[in-house]
Design a protein around this ligand. Sequence first.
Ligand code: HEC
Length: 114
Amino acid sequence: MLIRIALALACFALAACDRELATGSLDGAEIFRARCATCHGDRGQPPEAMVARLGVKDLTARELRAKITPELVGAQVRHGSQNKLMPSFAGALSDEQIDAVAAYVASPGFVAAR
Ligand code: HEC
């Protein structure tokens, strides 16, 4: 716990490392913030600029929540989007990390926690 606080403070001081991901982290929320939030926003709602530039989808949108499953998210993360505007994370994230972030995004808590 103390180490976490110390790390958080160190990251705060360095500013740049708030998007860094501890190697091998299996914390879905942490992986999301480090690898997905630039495009999708910290809580799944993309910044305007990303919508305009890349057509990034709102991960909290009703239509998406109605069909979302860990499998759907996992497939999207593994292969990227068909139009290639979302890259594939295969290789950049381990299978376990992809499963962790997919479970996090697909969980009801992803939206409820806002
Ligand atoms: C470079 C920007 C970018 C990053 C980084 C990114 N995405 Fe995306 N994402 C997109 C775009 C663009 C789309 C919409 C693609 C489309 O229209 O098919 C999208 C769509 C999605 C969808 C919707 C799929 C569907 O069926 O509608 C999910 C789920 C998703 N992203 C999850 C993630 C997760 C989880 C991560 C982190 C591991 C991530 N994305 C990282 C750009 C990004």
